[in-house]
Design a protein around this ligand. Sequence first.
Ligand code: AMP
Length: 279
Amino acid sequence: MKIIKSPLDLKKHLKELENIFLIPTMGNLHEGHLSLIKEAKKISDNIILTIFVNPIQFNSNSDLECYPRTLDLDIDLLKKTGVSILFNPSVKDIYPTDSNLSYKLPIISNQLCGKSRPGHFKGVVTIIDRLFKLIKPSYAIFGKKDYQQLFLIKKFVLDCRLPIKIIEAKTIRGNNSLALSSRNNLLTDKEMVSAAALHKQLKICTESILNGAKINDAELEAQNSLINAGWKLDYFEIRRQTDLKKPSYNDSKLVVLGAGFLAKVRLIDNIEFCIPTTI
Ligand code: AMP
């Protein structure tokens, strides 16, 4: 595995590669990230994994500073995976002058996670745009754990007619069903136990709806349970899979998404589900 820091060096290596498969990450790698590499290997031998903690997608300096950075451990982990290139640029390399983005994000980017994190998704799409322009991959993969992010990146690729196939990866969970996340490392043992409640409530909510409960009632029940369990809830909502808008009568492909804080740590999760008709 080659470790490359400068975009100029990267460009030299890219000349030899076809069918490039890009895996963007912010590092502090875990089994969720490794699952993306496994999916990539089914499609290409030329895998470029990037580690870049993108400052413009953070809403506060303290969140950016606290984000776990474990580059040496990440490199050790990656050596055994078959990744061809680890690209680990500096902020100056990615944003030498500015961080402008000409693409206008859809309104949905201001809802759900975007409501409490203004500018977050613009920051995400900006870094993805920079990486796509630099690397020109044929494929890129993103996890369904970050459901709204995946949706907005797919829309960006479609809207801009980019010749890049976006692969969706299922969410990898730990023993307590908690979605693996770099932010889990910031939780205390006690908070780790409380964290499992988010996935539990997502499951209970989907089951209630499949058993005939009304969407609003199921959402409210889960919201109250999480608040009572000590969560500072950001949102817990059912949306349509296709456009992330609120469901209406007869929508069947749905997703329930939740986000909230345990102490200072923000966690998100979701479950897709289908019903014959919306109640
Ligand atoms: P991050 O390093 O958190 O920015 O994540 C990099 C990529 O890994 C994103 O596409 C995430 O959606 C994906 N990812 C993060 N956690 C998981 C997980 N538990 N299962 C599957 N994919 C994940």
